[in-house]
Design a protein around this ligand. Structure first.
Ligand code: HEC
Length: 447
């Protein structure tokens, strides 16, 4: 083949490719995807909670003028599913969540088509009314019975790296109480610098880190109001730990944060007692310098019939991935766990069910994956919750503080952790059988 012919072929190829690209874009232009009609409703639902003036995201995505310069970046971030922050694997496990901000494939295609068509504004009359965001001064859970604040403002400098302070506060409880609703709220001056906050209750001061989970705050999320007759126990003498992720914003800020609690009356014990506990911890965790894909496993048994309601991976900077699965004893059709008579065989097999995986952990985002009511799985007693965690201590991990060091288990951000907060409550035998029957009916309908 002569040089000229090669060039000619390449040129033809370019024309074909250009033609194909034009053909790909044509339907977008023809389909008339516009900002006001198609894109704005998506941004309102899934982005503006954080991307609005005064909130944590770096830019506002409220008006056309604000979004237009970010169009390409928006396309890239939604196509890679970097935004909105929601990092659960969509191909495996439970997919039905409360408050799921993630986009459908169709919504991503709509945004991409809009950008490819040159980001047209469209008819202003097509725009949905602007969303009214809750005032930072109002409690979304209603007026709390108890407000616990940082003992004093935490002074965040104008500039510098993100900070991760843990601050303790004493709610002054003298009797055990059950929490009906909880909300974490930074003062208006602190909204722009609070990336997220995880509050925990430290019931036993000898082991502060393993207290009971209270609430997770990220901008765009309201408080947690538990279902009827469901509560989280707060023991007398408990302290609250505010684990904060703060992001300097060019101005020194005295950060002030409160947690508001609505409580059941004194002495009242709700039927469902919601517990969130560490599962998967490995105190002997060792991640050798330079290694990637270092796996840790932890196993916890649910000793009574249980409903699992939420999963929240908790790793530090070198976190790579995490999965939660249940290993379930064999049961009869009613849900009774099969027990062998002595001397009989074979021993029953167990069943495996993956609840969720987070294939690529992002240290920046501590997200709680709360299952929708009907999707929260019911398990027989003896079910083992297995947390598998992978860490990356290689130099290919951009956020690795130092790949030359072995890393061990510990509290500091430069140490590591390998657990998940898993939320569950126990139910009685009768309710277990009724719920299991309903769950089995739903899964057989799905198939
Ligand atoms: C929970 C809060 C939150 C939600 C919801 C959210 N974002 Fe973001 N977004 C952020 C934060 C914070 C950043 C800054 C980077 C970081 O911290 O990860 C960011 C960064 C971005 C960036 C990159 C900006 C840059 O500097 O390059 C784009 C683009 C973006 N978001 C678009 C979106 C879109 C589009 C949606 C909705 C489909 C969305 N975001 C939903 C909080 C959010």
């Amino acid at each position: 083949m002569t040089k000229r012919r090669v060039l000619g072929t390449v040129a033809t190829l370019f024309m074909v490719l250009a033609g194909a690209a034009a053909a790909r874009e044509a339907p977008a232009a023809e389909s008339g995807v516009t900002f006001t009609k198609d894109v704005l409703p998506i941004l309102q639902r899934s982005c503006q909670g954080c991307h609005r003036p005064g909130a944590i995201a770096p830019m506002s995505l409220v008006t056309y003028e604000e979004v237009r310069p970010w169009a390409r970046s928006v396309k890239r971030n939604v196509e890679t599913r970097e935004m909105p922050p929601w990092y659960v694997d969509r191909r495996i496990g439970i997919q039905d969540f409360k408050d799921d901000p993630s986009l459908t494939d169709a919504e991503i295609a709509t945004i991409a088509a809009w950008v490819d068509a040159g980001s047209p504004r469209g008819n202003p009359a097509d725009a949905p009314p602007p969303v009214e965001f809750p005032s930072p001064h109002e409690w979304q859970i209603g007026e709390p019975d108890l407000i616990v604040s940082l003992p004093e403002p935490y002074l965040l400098p104008a500039e510098g790296p993100d900070e991760f302070p843990n601050v303790y506060a004493d709610p002054g409880l003298t009797t055990d109480r059950y929490i009906k609703a909880v909300e974490v709220k930074p003062d208006a001056n602190s909204l722009e610098v609070v990336h997220h906050i995880v509050t925990t209750m430290t019931e036993f001061d000898e082991d502060l880190a393993k207290g009971n989970f209270l609430n997770e705050y990220a901008v765009g999320k309201n408080g947690d109001i538990f279902d009827d007759n469901t509560g989280r126990l707060m023991k007398a003498g408990t302290k609250i730990r505010f684990g904060m992720h703060l992001h300097p914003y060019g101005e020194e800020i005295p950060v002030m944060v409160h947690v508001g609690l609505k409580l059941y009356p004194e002495g009242f014990v709700p039927k469902y007692q919601l517990v969130s506990q560490h599962m998967g911890d490995d105190d002997d965790l060792l991640i050798p310098a330079g290694e990637k894909g270092v796996r840790t496993d932890g196993y916890t048994m649910l000793t009574r019939p249980a409903v699992v309601t939420a999963f929240q991976p908790h790793l530090h900077t070198r976190g790579q991935a995490q999965c939660i699965e249940a290993i379930i004893p064999q049961t009869d059709a009613e849900g009774n766990v099969l027990l062998q008579a002595p001397g009989t065989s074979p021993a029953p097999l167990m069943r495996q069910m993956t609840l969720n995986c987070v294939p690529q952990w992002r240290f920046n985002w501590h997200l709680v994956y709360n299952y929708a009511e009907e999707a929260a799985p019911v398990f027989p007693p003896g079910t083992v919750i297995h947390i598998s965690t992978w860490h990356d201590n290689s130099d290919t991990l951009r956020v690795n503080p130092d790949p030359r060091n072995n890393v061990v288990y510990g509290q500091r951000t430069i140490d590591e952790m390998s657990f998940a907060w898993v939320s569950y409550y126990y139910i009685d035998e009768e309710e277990y059988k009724a719920r299991l029957a309903a769950q089995n009916a739903r899964t057989s309908n799905d198939q």
